[in-house]
Design a binder for this molecule. Structure first.
Ligand code: MG
Ligand code: ZN
Length: 225
């Protein structure tokens, strides 16, 4: 019982800080994606393929959340876009406070799109609003067809679920229809885009979706001004 109360307080404090981040993002006119998945689903590779396709049209920045290493941040930095690393140590998710601190040094003014790559984890990142505009979830075909039912919060909060590694579907022992149905069971509204970062299949659809979101976000900002 005590534990539940203190968790509630943590999440309430997070909500306040997330609102502050959201205000700052809104003032900066930047569209913000919280990119989430289990470890190894392909977030960083997706980000590389996405940046390659959009960097001439959009000013993109990345915040990388990782437990220990700068391996992912180095990969993104190699593409010539600004990147900021949050090393979480033993904490298995990003929270609004960590992102708020990062924003003191890594100001998003001048960016069109900021992608925050969360720590690879299917559980607690879903509980922590970072102040993002949308949550993007990467789910790979080899993780097991039951994942949406076992980790519903993660899937429920996603605006889009990217079904990655469809080139490996023949080895997964499941059909695309079954995977789709399992996502739909917990999130009927999510956009569901099958793709492969390795073969490039489906990447155009994803990039078009993302670009439309950024442009729409910008349009809303202009209407409000
Ligand atoms: Mg990564
Ligand atoms: Zn965690």
């Amino acid at each position: 019982m005590h534990r539940v109360v203190s968790e509630t307080r943590v999440l309430e404090a997070n909500e306040r800080l997330a609102a502050r981040n959201r205000q700052l993002f809104g003032d900066s006119g930047v569209f913000v994606v919280n990119l989430m998945s289990a470890p190894g689903a392909g977030k960083t590779t997706l980000l590389e393929r996405t940046i390659e396709r959009l960097r001439d049209e959009l000013r993109i920045g990345v915040i990388e959340g990782d437990l220990m290493t700068t391996i992912d941040a180095d990969r993104i930095g190699a593409l010539g876009v600004p990147v900021f690393q949050i090393t979480t140590g033993s904490v298995c998710h990003l929270d609004a406070q960590m992102v708020g601190r990062a924003l003191e040094q890594f100001h998003p003014g001048g960016l069109d799109l900021l992608v925050i790559e969360n720590v690879g984890n299917l559980v607690c990142p879903a509980e922590f609003d970072l102040g993002e505009d949308v949550r993007v979830m990467v789910w790979s075909t080899l993780e097991g067809a039951d994942k949406p039912r076992k980790y519903p919060v993660m899937f429920h909060e996603a605006a889009v679920v990217l079904l990655n590694k469809i080139d490996l579907l023949p080895y997964a022992g499941v059909s695309l229809d079954e995977l789709r149905a399992n996502v739909r069971a917990v999130n009927p509204a999510a956009e569901l885009l099958p793709l492969s970062c390795r073969t490039g299949e489906g990447l155009e659809e994803w990039v078009a979706w993302l670009k439309a979101q950024v442009i729409r976000g910008r349009g809303d900002g202009l209407e409000a001004a």
